[in-house]
Design a protein around this ligand. Structure first.
Ligand code: GLV
Ligand code: MN
Ligand code: MN
Length: 430
């Protein structure tokens, strides 16, 4: 076996050298959709896939980097026609949050790339095609179009997104054209995968939480991915003089947003497993001596089950209206993402369990609080995920995110064991 742990650590550094200027200057990683850093990352990923020995490497109409390692020459059926090989789909995203880590998403591309490098070294072909996708967008940073990349594969790309503007007024269509992509729905619609041609979707990912690290477990098998809703919110109050307006005569938009944030926190705490986060808050054009007249903020709400998530969202929305009325401000809520909980396919999950055992580990199961591309693929084909332990108590969406080369190597061996499992089963069913 190649030294996959070292390769993955080296490849992660190669990808992490491309960061947006404001963050690169601080030696931090930010790689959001179709920025120059993102386009360079995609190019480097293509180079890595070519070096590993993929048969086909391309970039699709939404910027996904797609590598295909073709299966063994297909057999013929009883009429002598070639049997169409099925494909196992895998991958994860190569975009990052602002000031992100080097492994969130990318690890799930690099592990299968290491598997292909190993298959090539062994001169081995599988009885199925192996398709590895570096998804161009999962984090919902530059545009409010979270999962647009995996959404394109499931036929879930909203045409309105093309006209959406980033904070500099650049539309997604313009960003696509600048990146040399067609920027039209004809090309994007063609990316939809036909599930009947697939064995399913598997995704490896850094855990992004403390469970594996604290539990001394290098690998975890995911049982389900939590449901989520994201929204952008706007409070409109009345800008007024900070010195002359008595405290009881104010319509302070920022304080209303602050109260809503605290209410969301306490509502989420009432449930087992619910979380609510206000990740961004702005007072556009605010001044030190002006009562905030407008406040923009985001809400991210998640729970293990759709019904629990819906109750959380509905309660937060209702209570936000009550707060807004009491404070005599206007509250607007625009939902920008809704993803259902995604329980793992039992058979695919079992394949990961066997793969983990095959590399000498006990099966440790956990659910995913983070969202993943697998949630999108879940809507059209069976999916299951493998988690890899993060160091630094699992911190993620932070430059402190880290993995060890040993764990990366072990995860690659487990992924190879998963491929072996498919190979044995497909060979036996011939
Ligand atoms: C993706 O990283 C998420 O927000 O869960
Ligand atoms: Mn992330
Ligand atoms: Mn991720």
């Amino acid at each position: 076996m190649l030294n996959s742990g070292k390769s993955i650590m080296d490849w992660s550094e190669r990808l992490a050298q491309f960061s947006e200027p404001q963050w690169a200057a601080k030696n931090q990683l930010t790689c959001t959709y179709l920025t120059p850093a993102h386009i360079q990352t995609a190019a480097e990923l293509r180079v890595l896939m070519h070096e590993a020995g993929f048969d086909e490497v391309s970039t699709d109409a939404v910027g996904n980097v797609v590598g295909i390692y073709r299966g063994a020459q297909p057999d013929t059926d009883t009429q002598g026609s070639p049997v169409q090989l099925k494909t196992l789909l895998t991958g994860s995203h190569y975009d990052t949050v602002r000031t992100g880590g080097k492994y969130d998403g990318r690890l799930g591309v690099l592990i299968p790339v290491a598997c292909v490098a190993e298959l090539v070294r062994q001169k081995r072909r599988l009885p199925f095609n192996f398709e590895v996708v570096g998804f161009s967008e999962e984090e919902g940073q530059r545009f409010r179009a979270t999962f647009l990349a995996s959404g394109a594969l499931t036929g879930d790309f909203d045409p309105d997104w093309l006209e959406q503007q980033d904070t500099d007024g650049v539309t997604m269509r313009q960003a696509m054209h600048a990146a040399g992509l067609p920027g039209d729905m004809v090309a994007i619609n063609q990316l939809k995968r036909d599930p009947s041609r697939y064995l399913g979707f598997v995704e490896a990912h850094i855990e992004q939480g403390p469970v594996l690290c604290e539990g001394g477990q290098p690998l975890g098998v995911v049982t389900s991915i939590n449901a989520g809703v994201r929204a952008t919110c706007k409070i409109t109050g009345m800008a007024a003089h900070a010195g002359t307006t008595p405290m009881l005569m104010r319509q302070d938009a920022l304080l209303a947003a602050a109260e809503i944030s605290l209410m969301a926190e306490s509502r989420a705490r009432q449930d087992e497993g619910s979380v609510a986060t206000v990740g961004q808050m702005q007072v556009p054009g605010g001044s030190i001596n002006v009562i905030p007249g407008e406040c923009l903020f985001t809400l991210d709400m998640r729970a293990p089950f759709d019904a629990q998530r819906d109750a959380l969202v509905n309660d937060i929305l209702a209570q936000a209206q009550v707060i807004a009325e009491r404070r005599q401000v206007n509250f607007e809520f625009t939902e920008v993402m809704r993803a259902s909980a995604a329980p793992s396919d039992p058979l695919l999950q079992q394949r990961w369990e066997r793969a983990v055992q095959a590399v000498g580990q006990s099966v440790f199961k956990l659910n995913s609080g983070a969202g993943h591309d697998a949630m999108k693929l879940h809507t059209i084909m069976p999916q299951a995920m493998l988690f890899v332990r993060g160091g630094n108590r699992g911190i993620s969406h932070n430059p402190l995110e880290i993995i060890s080369a040993e764990d990366a190597a072990l995860a690659t061996q487990a992924f190879m064991a998963l491929l072996d499992g498919f190979q044995i089963d497909l060979t036996n069913t011939k």
